[in-house]
Design a binder for this molecule. Structure first.
Ligand code: URA
Length: 458
């Protein structure tokens, strides 16, 4: 087989055979094929798409590019993954909540991708914390702590590790088959019996419309079901950033505040809802309401915080950093406010523009392997639906230099839309689908009635 023929087949809009897909993934993973051929195939897939069969084969090939973990010794285990958003530090809160109930969470996460942040980059702003764990370390931590968050390694889904980094810098991120295979290959390789997917929809998501998000959710749930996993996919709003902080260390600080019960309301409710779905699939509760109450109990009691401390220490992170985040997390040299130009209601905050601005401040990568600056980012003081007066602070920019803060301020002001009348904030969740058929509501709830997306938000 020749890589160039496979690239040409997809470039011309034809279907690849299972053998071609498996061969390409195997040869790219063992370094026989160079990045430039993989990048060309990624672009061809981006432009031409893939059939359901091709996507399922690509996912399985990527999952089998390393070992497939067997977590049956831990009983039921549950995993979660977000399709990528702005200000999405959900794992840092949800992982500890769920693990503190005794349900093990063994998770492979990713780095920043395009305008969206990555959990691994966020975690690395905690001095000493390692995400590059060996398989033995990964399993040992599930045993000892019940919570592990690690990167793909040479042993676990290595094909995704390499393709993910390549997609980030070749404008091939927002593709349904590439996102579905990337997420599900990691989830299948990590071995959890149940998976909750947080599929983001809107300006700050790779899927910008509800229909596109639903198509991604359906593809991933079908792949999981085919591999005998229980999967729930939630469709959540990503038009404005989630919570208030965007940027690696700033998001860790916000996650810590949330674990202490002081997080932004939207983010806290979002986390409790995702955690509730994980607890439900993990058979820790008999109903979504019961699961939500359980999640809230473990958050409020401080058990989730204790679990977070244990997890950070187990991965080598310095306890003092998370105990005194304001003093000890890395800080930006420059913090500048952005003020409202007029009296109005905030009508929109384009999450993609905010995410891109943070990347340009140094919080993301322009090319593979770039170092990122953990200190930079944005903290929103106003969100959609808030009334602001002239000169009132809309946000703080955290930057390395005054010049970069100035440039960011201009872009960030353009990300805001204002209205003279009142504005309803967007819902946190739209709907979702699950292999647990009793949860499915045919997409009718739109977050407004009890169903797959618990309606405990305004
Ligand atoms: N998260 C992933 O792991 N992969 C993607 O492609 C997008 C989000």
């Amino acid at each position: 087989m020749r890589a160039v023929d496979i690239i040409a087949t997809k470039r011309d809009g034809k279907e690849l055979s299972d053998e071609q897909i498996r061969w390409f993934i195997e040869k790219y993973t063992d370094d026989t094929l160079p990045d430039y051929q993989a990048a060309a195939l990624l672009m061809a897939i981006f432009l031409r798409g893939m059939s359901a069969r091709e996507t399922a084969t690509l996912t399985a090939a990527m999952a089998h590019s390393g070992q497939m973990l067997d977590l049956t010794e831990f009983g039921r285990t549950v995993d979660k993954h977000s399709s990528g958003g702005v200000g999405d530090k959900t794992t840092l809160v949800v992982g500890p909540i769920v693990a503190s109930t005794g349900l093990p969470v063994a998770k492979m996460s990713g780095r920043g991708l395009g305008f969206s942040g990555g959990t691994l980059d966020k975690l690395e702003s905690i001095a000493g914390l390692r995400v590059n764990l060996s398989l033995a370390e990964f399993l040992d931590q599930v045993r000892r702590v019940g919570l592990v968050v690690a990167s793909q390694t040479a042993e676990l889904a290595p094909a995704d590790g390499r393709l993910y980094a390549l997609r980030d810098v070749t404008a091939t991120v927002d593709s349904l088959p590439l996102i579905a295979s990337s997420i599900m290959s990691k989830k299948l390789a990590a071995g959890a019996t149940a998976i909750v997917l947080d599929v983001k929809v809107g300006a700050g998501a790779f899927m910008q419309t509800l229909d596109a998000g639903r198509a991604l959710a359906e593809t991933m749930v079908a792949i999981g079901a085919h591999m005998d996993r229980e999967v729930t996919a939630l469709l959540s709003d990503m038009n404005q950033p989630l919570g208030r902080a965007v940027g690696n260390a700033l998001e860790v600080a916000e996650a810590i505040a949330t674990l202490h019960g002081d997080g932004p309301e939207d983010f806290t409710t979002h986390c409790l809802t995702v955690a509730a779905h994980m607890l439900l699939l993990g058979n820790k509760a008999g109903s979504l309401d019961g699961a939500y109450d359980l999640a809230e109990h473990y958050l409020v009691s401080g058990a989730a915080w204790e679990k977070f401390v244990g997890f950070v220490e187990a991965q080598g992170g310095e306890r003092a950093v998370i105990e005194q985040p304001h003093e000890r997390l890395p800080h930006a040299a420059v913090i500048e406010p952005l003020l409202s130009p007029r009296a109005a209601t905030v009508a929109a905050i384009n999450a993609r523009a905010v995410g891109m601005t943070v990347v340009e401040l140094g919080g993301g990568r322009a090319k593979k392997g770039d170092m990122i600056d953990p200190t930079v980012g944005v903290v929103l003081a106003a969100k959609v639906g808030d009334a602001v007066s002239p000169g009132q602070m809309l946000l703080e920019v955290h930057a390395a230099t005054l010049a970069s803060a100035e440039a960011a301020r201009e872009r960030l002001l353009a990300a805001f839309e204002f209205s003279d009348g009142p504005v309803e904030p967007p819902p946190l969740f739209y709907d979702g689908i699950s292999t647990r058929t009793e949860l499915n509501d045919g997409g009718k709830n739109h977050g407004k009635s009890k169903g797959i997306c618990d309606a405990r938000h305004p």
